[in-house]
Design a protein around this ligand. Structure first.
Ligand SMILES: Nc1ncnc2c1ncn2[C@@H]1O[C@H](COP(=O)(O)OP(=O)(O)O)[C@@H](O)[C@H]1O
Ligand SMILES: [Mg+2]
Length: 402
């Protein structure tokens, strides 16, 4: 079964109809099947095109619209029905739902509300969730230079290899981010442009302002100038992510590692929070500090996955078991040390899946992508056991061998 949701719209008002179309055209996995300005002809359109979901505006003629909803519900029970109106009285909402609508949205429709409604009505109709807003993977590191950007960039390209995925990479390292270098791109617009124009952007314009790499990944780079790093508000950024979630199946965000307000927004909205680390004392100590801090925010800890990078770099490295004991959490994934391959990929601006598809490190990153999404239906908890192990001094590692 196709993942695409076919939607038809009936709205006699041209302006609001066009507005809805603008949103739907850019949404991931949504296909705009038909749009009509006449309640009278819409049933015929539904019969001919058999859409998965219809959106019906009530404002032009409430009675005709409700009658139409009733007809669709009766003849196409599996079709999700979303009603839209500028009015919000309880009696109207009740009448609409009793006619057979699955969702009622207040106009003007907001993109995230629309996406949520489409998700819900198609889930109800098909028993499975066919529409899904984008999944966010927020990637941070336990220290500078641990490989967060290398993993963010290459993981996004690995995800983009699956043609049914739509992937955007967001560089949230607003001062010194270098995701554009890894992809050898010269972006025209940055996260600052998109954030400052977010109120005016629709999905099609949003896509145009991103840079598409030949791997299939879209890039939203950091601002051009250092002094612009404070110019994006939390609210703007939340909206940017909302719009991206409607348009892409996967959002990979390379965080700044300063745990600032924007990093926190990204983590709050993320399905997976990856903490990249190397097996050394400063990194492990920082992971404990990060986990302690994330514990203050509801639900964040359950989404954290610790990724050990550059395994094998240091022969006297701390053992995985000791590391897990210290951070009181299992290591979710390990990526080998291979400086030659990864540095060449970065220096040439060619991601691993394109420049070194057969290298074991590339396979490990592709398998990480598989693991993240193979387990998405299950509990995200990466916690091993609730029992807390006794914490000992940091320097115990110096006397332990792997
Ligand atoms: N698995 C790896 N093996 C070898 N070198 C790596 C690996 N991952 C990253 N590096 C190297 O580590 C350095 C820092 O990587 P980068 O991704 O920029 O880290 P961060 O974003 O955490 O600062 C780079 O020189 C990069 O090539
Ligand atoms: Mg980086």
């Amino acid at each position: 079964m196709s993942d695409t949701i076919r939607i038809s719209i009936c709205d006699p008002n041209e302006k609001s109809r066009e507005n809805l179309k603008k949103f739907l055209v850019g949404m991931d996995r949504i296909w705009l099947e038909a749009d009509s300005s006449r309640y009278e002809f819409f049933m015929q359109i539904v019969e001919q095109t058999n859409p998965d979901c219809v959106i019906i505006d009530l404002d032009n003629d409430e009675n005709k619209a409700l009658q139409l909803i009733g007809l669709i519900k009766e003849s196409r029970p599996s079709c999700g029905i979303i009603a839209v109106s500028t009015r919000t009285e309880g009696t109207l909402i009740l009448k609409t739902m009793r006619s057979g609508a699955g969702e009622f949205l207040n106009a003007p429709v907001q993109v995230d509300e629309l996406l949520g409604a489409v998700e819900r009505v198609t889930k109800n109709s098909f028993g499975t969730q066919r529409a899904k807003s984008g999944s966010i993977i927020a990637i941070t590191g336990a220290s500078g230079g641990v490989g967060s950007t290398s993993i963010a960039v290459n993981l996004s390209c690995a995800l983009a290899q699956n043609r049914s995925n739509n992937v955007v990479l967001v560089d949230l390292d607003l001062s010194l981010g270098d995701a554009d270098i890894f992809l050898d791109t010269l972006p025209e617009y940055t996260i600052l442009d998109v954030s400052q124009n977010i109120a005016r952007l629709d999905l099609a314009m949003l896509r145009k302002s991103l840079t598409k790499h030949e791997s299939g990944v879209y890039l939203l780079p950091r601002p051009m100038h250092l002094e612009d790093m404070g110019a994006i508000s939390k609210e703007q950024f939340r909206k940017v992510l909302g719009l991206l979630k409607a348009s892409f199946s996967h959002l990979v965000i390379d965080l700044s590692k300063s745990f600032n307000v924007l990093d926190m927004v990204a983590m709050e909205m993320a399905e997976h929070i990856l903490i990249v680390t190397q097996l050394d004392l400063p990194c492990l100590r920082n992971i404990v500090r990060i986990l302690t801090s994330l514990e203050q925010h509801d639900g964040l800890l359950d989404r954290v996955k610790v990724i050990v990078n550059r395994v094998g770099l240091d022969k006297s490295f701390i053992s995985f078991a000791h590391a897990e004991e210290t951070i009181n959490r299992e290591i979710y994934w390990k990526i080998a040390n291979n400086y030659a391959v990864i540095a060449e990929a970065r220096n040439n601006g060619v991601p691993l899946v394109m420049g070194a598809p057969k290298a074991p490190i590339t396979q490990q990153i592709c398998e990480l992508a598989d693991k993240l999404y193979a387990s998405s239906g299950q509990s995200q908890s990466a916690e091993p056991e609730a029992e807390k192990k006794e914490k000992k001094g940091w320097l115990k590692f110096l006397s332990k061998s792997p």
